[in-house]
Design a binder for this molecule. Structure first.
Ligand code: FES
Length: 362
């Protein structure tokens, strides 16, 4: 049995005021609890991805609830809820001469419950074969009575054209998927935002895994189609990219670049204006993920600020030869750029934190 290393925390009365607190002693984190006149201590590092247990909450039945993703460990034993074979280390505490002491040597061991790895955590490797293009349509509409979406129609045109160029293509309509809004784990801590996405890992019914599979693993070219909504991309586009924070965050916290040798292009249509602002923010985000762009990375259609006759817009898009040719040309440019990147292989080097933030993570 390892030797005890008693550490004086301080006068007892200093610790009776709060039921749960996190205490850092060098590299050791302790979640100290006080309830019904007794102190107890367990590790302050959660089994999941290291969340600070002592900054969480204490349930009525004595479980310390992690503040990051709500895993739970009993304050007296360190054990997870019954049925989950996991535990964080427990530490002895004692009161001597009016002071509270904790034994830095854990009395029990950390036990990880066996968790099958999520499919999205597998190594990223491009499967051999022809170029692959995924189109993501982001327009929202009634599922029961879908309308004609000009951006989706142009996207389909681009995908069909890519097929004619011997690529494989597929369409994902965000409107057909059921997926949650980002729940803001990054706002708790960069480390709490995980890859695969925390929601994807915890909720098998969430369907954004189809988008992750397509853009991280499958596609060489990602074409995003959006309508313009009050000068911005569509609401579903934003719902999707908030959930993609986990891809970008891997660069920040692990220098883990998930997107390599891939090209993004954008199709933007709206009755009124602000194409530049929509394209600008889409390019910024996809650039931050690690995508490359062809020369002239978007095609757009807009009829100007005073065009309120939206009932004429669909016909104009359907009849616009220039827009159709421009859309096909965008697909060609994306395929040409992707062909070069794929031929070059994974030559891209890792740049700490994407090379764009001139400071270190604490
Ligand atoms: S639940 Fe504790 S780190 Fe995720």
């Amino acid at each position: 049995m390892a030797e005890a290393k008693w550490h004086r925390l301080g006068p007892v009365e200093q610790f009776v005021g709060r039921s749960l607190r996190q205490i850092e002693i060098g590299n050791l984190a302790i979640a100290l609890t006080y309830r019904d006149g007794t102190f107890a201590a367990i590790s302050g590092r959660c089994n999941h991805v290291g969340g600070p247990l002592g900054n969480g909450t204490l349930s009525d039945d004595g479980f310390v609830v992690c503040p990051w993703h709500s895993w739970q460990f009993h304050r007296l034993t360190g054990e997870a809820r019954p049925g989950i074979p996991a535990a964080v280390p427990r530490h002895e505490v004692k009161i001597e001469d009016g002071s509270l002491w904790v034994d830095l040597t854990p009395a029990t061991k950390r036990v990880h419950a066996p968790h099958p790895a999520h499919a999205l955590s597998r190594p990223i490797q491009r499967e051999p074969g022809p170029l692959r293009v995924v189109g993501i349509a982001t327009s929202a509409m009634s599922r029961q009575f879908p309308r004609y979406s000009t951006s989706e129609a142009m996207l389909q045109l681009a995908l069909d054209h890519a097929k004619e160029r011997a690529a494989i293509s597929k369409l994902i309509r965000l409107n057909d998927l059921s997926f949650k809004h980002c729940e803001g784990y990054y706002s708790k801590s960069a480390q709490a935002c995980t890859w695969p996405c925390t929601i994807t890992q915890m909720d098998p019914s969430d369907q954004l895994d189809q988008v992750y599979e397509a853009i991280v693993f499958w596609a060489d070219v990602v074409l995003i189609a959006t309508s313009i909504r009050w000068g911005a991309p569509s609401a579903l586009y934003f719902k999707m990219i908030e959930r993609m924070n986990c891809i970008q965050n891997q660069i920040t916290i692990h220098d883990n670049v998930l997107i390599r040798n891939k090209v993004a292009g954008f199709i933007i249509t709206g009755g009124q204006d602000n194409v530049q602002a929509v394209a600008g923010q889409m390019m910024l985000f996809f650039g931050e993920l690690g995508f490359q762009f062809p020369q002239f990375p978007f095609v757009a259609h807009s009829r100007g600020w005073s065009a309120e006759d939206m009932e004429n817009n669909v016909a104009q898009v359907q009849e616009s030869r220039e827009l159709h040719e421009g859309t096909k040309a965008l697909a060609d440019r994306c395929l040409a750029a992707a062909a070069q990147l794929v031929a070059a292989g994974a030559g891209c080097t890792s740049v700490p934190r994407g090379g764009r933030k001139a400071h270190r993570q604490p």
